[in-house]
Design a protein around this ligand. Structure first.
Ligand code: PLP
Length: 377
């Protein structure tokens, strides 16, 4: 475990490197094979867009003004029933515009200068978020198998855990998550559990931290409609703040309600109605089919690389692969771009050198292009 080091802004560097390459070769953006994508590749499902139209029509005939800052009752009830089989109560659910928004709200629970843990490698936005909220960052590095173990000697106020993790696509197993929950309860650490990719879990690994005994005493779970339902452009998610939870600073559910009411006047009515449709049986079936598609793309991509003798991890529980390339990940990024027109994300962006992240959020057509590029020289 180490204190975090400064990293250069990676995504502007990727954009600049791509633009220079396209100009130099006289190519168009569409000539590139984009495996760097952290977004969905298919449009919204009909059940969702119909719900948006209906809600807009409703608003043209009825006045629907401010709603409950914490979310529509109907949606909170649906989340409690559908996602948590009523093991969570609706008053513990807070509707937001997605996980970025949830985490930003939740930072208010911790005083400036608090120490918050992040995994390494993981989603880089956590570090930017913590820096902008003037928190101290503590990195918990993975072992060689990309597993994470609770740190013995750290004094943390909170710890952000991402499962399945981005960029490795690995989910925490039940025993591993249990050890984190025990550790957090013993030390009064609040776990901020990012479940952005829970819909992709393909085995008995927990898709919610509340499957673990004792988690309601220490964990706030953040869930998103972005990757599971294709809501990246609509913006919708929620977090669960259990009644039993108290932060180290003594803040609980009542404070959480006050903080949401002071920071927002709620999420758009139309988008919340779209969320309700996404949680209908038809919406859930689409979510299952899309998740299966993206995982199939990822696993096929993994097989292409493994058949070529490459070492690749992940892809089992989220549509991401972490490909061991050795050396500078930015240099490998450039050579893959120049030789195969393939765009990836250098591992350094996630805090780890020697790897590239590949995304399986792709269409069949893109997969076919990758196959040609990788397998036919
Ligand atoms: N959490 C992780 C781990 C992510 O990879 C992403 C997006 O890539 C997000 C959260 C962002 O989620 P949202 O769209 O709900 O803000």
């Amino acid at each position: 475990m180490t204190l975090v080091k400064e990293e250069p802004m990676l995504f502007p560097w990727i954009a600049k490197t791509k633009a220079e390459f396209l100009k130099e070769r006289g190519l168009k953006k569409e000539d590139l094979i984009n495996l760097g994508i952290g977004d969905v590749s298919y449009p919204l499902s009909k059940v969702v867009t119909e719900a948006i139209k209906d809600a807009a029509d409703e608003m043209s005939t009825h006045v629907i003004g401010y709603g409950d800052e914490c979310g529509l009752d109907e949606l909170k009830e649906k989340v409690a029933a559908t996602v948590y089989q009523d093991k969570i109560c609706k008053d513990e659910v807070f509707i937001t515009e997605g996980i970025a928004n949830s985490l930003s709200h939740l930072m208010t629970l911790f005083k400036e200068g608090s120490t918050i843990g992040v995994l390494s490698p993981t989603y880089p936005v956590y570090k930017s978020l913590l820096k902008t909220h003037r928190m101290n960052i503590y990195e918990v590095e993975s072992d060689d198998a990309f597993e994470f173990h609770p740190p013995d000697n750290a004094h943390l106020d909170a710890m952000i855990i991402c499962s399945p993790n981005n960029p490795t696509g690995k989910a925490f197993a039940k025993e591993s998550l249990s050890s984190w929950v025990r550790w957090a309860n013993e030390r009064g650490v609040t776990l901020l559990f990012d479940a952005a990719y829970e819909c992709f879990i393909d085995d008995e690994s927990p898709s919610s931290i509340y499957e673990i005994e004792g988690a309601k005493n220490c964990a706030i779970e953040c869930v998103s409609f972005s990757k599971s339902m294709g809501f990246t452009g609509l913006r919708l998610g929620f977090f669960v703040f259990p009644k039993k939870l108290m932060t180290k600073g003594g803040l609980g559910l009542d404070f959480c309600k006050d903080l949401i009411c002071s920071k927002t006047n709620g999420v758009s009515y139309v988008i919340q109605k779209a969320g309700l449709a996404a949680l209908s049986p038809e919406g859930l079936k689409e979510r299952e089919d899309k998740a299966a598609h993206y995982l199939k793309m990822t696993k096929t991509l993994k097989s292409y690389l493994q058949n070529a003798g490459e070492t690749v991890v992940g892809g089992d529980h989220a549509p991401y692969l972490f490909w061991k390339v050795g050396g500078s990940s930015k240099e490998k990024f450039k050579s893959l771009l120049h030789e195969k027109c393939i765009v990836t994300v250098p591992g350094i962006g996630f805090g780890m050198e020697g790897y590239l992240r590949l995304s399986g959020f792709i269409t069949d057509e893109t997969l076919e292009r990758v196959k040609k590029a990788l397998c036919q020289g």
